[in-house]
Design a protein. Structure first.
Length: 94
């Protein structure tokens, strides 16, 4: 066991998870992993600011809520609007 608490209560672990999830987004575009990455980053910032005051269930709840909020925000900002259709005017090989 670590000196300051359990491993899941260390902020840089959550930061590493955020980086891995952000990198996974490159291979599966569509904001699938990006919302989770933002959620993990926000949990890392909360732990950095407040220390390890939170238990594992609270951290998982924070991660879930923040990830959902981030995913909904990203969907709202970058999704196609109603009635829009993505069209391509030219071929990539031209």
């Amino acid at each position: 066991m670590m000196e300051g608490g359990a491993l899941w209560s260390v902020w840089w672990i959550w930061l590493c998870v955020a980086l891995v999830l952000g990198a996974l987004e490159i291979f599966a575009p569509g904001f699938i992993f990006l919302g989770f990455a933002v959620g993990a980053l926000l949990v890392a910032l909360i732990l950095l600011g407040f220390g390890s005051l939170f238990s594992l269930p609270v951290l998982i709840l924070l991660f879930a809520v923040l990830s959902l909020a981030a995913w909904l925000t990203l969907r709202g900002l970058f999704a196609l609007r109603d009635g829009q259709v993505k069209t391509f005017d030219r071929d990539i090989n031209d």
